[in-house]
Design a binder for this molecule. Structure first.
Ligand SMILES: NC(=O)C1=CN([C@@H]2O[C@H](COP(=O)(O)OP(=O)(O)OC[C@H]3O[C@@H](n4cnc5c(N)ncnc54)[C@H](OP(=O)(O)O)[C@@H]3O)[C@@H](O)[C@H]2O)C=CC1
Ligand SMILES: CC(C)(CO)C(=O)C(=O)O
Length: 342
């Protein structure tokens, strides 16, 4: 009789155990040996409370992944998921570099256009894949993370992606492998232009997107983003029933009509918020440079102006150093785009 040798589970390290890292890493414990690497206080809390994940369809899972506070815990992992904010990506790569060898595939599950490239440049010889998380996750209490919308992870198609995708599916995380990740990231960036609008509004996503003045602000940002992508020859992928190029016009519709046409975008928990709202509320630096700032940079490279994105970037910057979180009304924010804020 051949010896019954069980295949060892995949080893997955998550670098940057915050909302997305805990959601993905916590779920993946069902199919892999997971280590969450995060800040000492956050990891001590998880060791104390364990992880509770809640979400659409009555999702409620408890998990107790291993935790660590040092990048050395990623040594020997089959996969390292990078889930820090964009401004911390270069630092994450620097910290991980001495501990990774060619067994490891690094996956960036971050917003923005360039995180996978930043990782690849700082980790020469290692495989780096771009990923995309479509749903929002917020920390809802000690050790608790809530996913407010449903959706499929997207991941660059490659042989090295297959074992991860299989484990993720087993763990209840649907994954779609894509051959067009730059286009996927462009489409996601257009959606993420709403993060600033949402954060400045101080309101839940459903309420904010349900209100036309806020949508008109987003529409102006998206028009500038679409023009910049067009000039760069990058066609955003279609990630929602409404193609990205029609979105600004749809955003401008009266509320009742918008609710009918964009029902899928509004199918979010009543309390769901953007990750940038959470950053402002916790007094953290936001990712606005990788979102509005990315449109500004791309537009400038092609001789285009992007005044709405510039203005929102300035307002988010101001909010980052303000004493209290912002609560702009829709009409005031719209007026602020034209420099009329008072
Ligand atoms: N939250 C969401 O709904 C969504 C987020 N995304 C994207 O996913 C990425 C992650 O976002 P999110 O999970 O919200 O971010 P979080 O801030 O919740 O999580 C990142 C965590 O990484 C920690 N961290 C940063 N640097 C280090 C380090 N050197 N060592 C250990 N820990 C570190 C941070 O700590 P500290 O804060 O102390 O720096 C933080 O706890 C972003 O690119 C975001 O845009 C995408 C879709 C949805
Ligand atoms: C899921 C979405 C679009 C929610 O706003 C997001 O990516 C974020 O909050 O960063």
């Amino acid at each position: 009789m051949p010896e019954d040798r069980a295949v060892p589970p995949l080893r997955i390290a998550v670098f940057g155990a915050g909302s997305i890292g805990c959601r993905l890493g916590g779920a993946l414990t069902a199919a892999a040996a997971v280590t969450l690497i995060g800040r000492p206080a956050a990891m001590a809390e998880l060791d104390r409370t364990g992880l509770t994940l809640t979400g659409p369809g009555g999702l409620r899972t408890e998990a107790r992944p291993a935790t660590a506070v040092d990048a050395s815990a990623a040594a020997g992992a089959d996969y390292v998921l990078v889930t820090v904010k964009s401004a911390d990506t270069a630092d994450a790569a620097r910290l991980l570099a001495p501990h990774l060898d060619d067994r490891t595939t690094v996956i960036s599950f971050q917003n923005g256009l360039h995180n996978a490239r930043v990782l690849a440049e700082a980790l020469p010889g290692r495989r780096v894949l771009a990923g995309m998380v479509p749903y929002n996750v917020v920390r809802s209490g000690p050790g608790a993370f809530h996913q407010g919308t449903a959706g499929r992870l997207m991941l660059e198609r490659a042989d090295a992606a297959e074992p991860f995708a299989a484990a993720a599916r087993t763990a209840g995380l649907p994954v779609e492998l894509r051959g067009d990740m730059p286009r996927v990231q462009a489409a996601k960036l257009l959606m993420n232009l709403n993060n600033a609008v949402n954060a400045l509004s101080g309101r839940p996503l459903r309420e904010q997107l349900g209100s036309r003045p806020y949508r008109l602000v987003l529409a102006r940002c998206q028009r500038e983003g679409l023009a910049a992508f067009r000039a760069a020859g990058l066609a955003p992928a279609r990630l929602s029933p409404v193609p990205a190029r029609w979105m600004p016009a749809v955003l401008g519709l009266p509320d009742a009509l918008f609710r009918r046409i964009a029902a899928a975008s509004l199918r979010v928990d009543a309390q769901a918020r953007s990750s940038m709202w959470e950053d402002l509320r916790r007094g953290r630096r936001t990712e606005v440079d990788s979102l509005q700032g990315e449109v500004l940079a791309l537009a400038a490279r092609h001789g285009l102006a992007a005044p709405a994105n510039r203005r929102l970037l300035e307002l988010v910057r101001a909010a980052e150093s303000a004493d209290a979180p912002p609560s702009w009304s829709g009409p005031d924010l719209l007026a602020a785009l034209d420099g009329q804020d008072g």
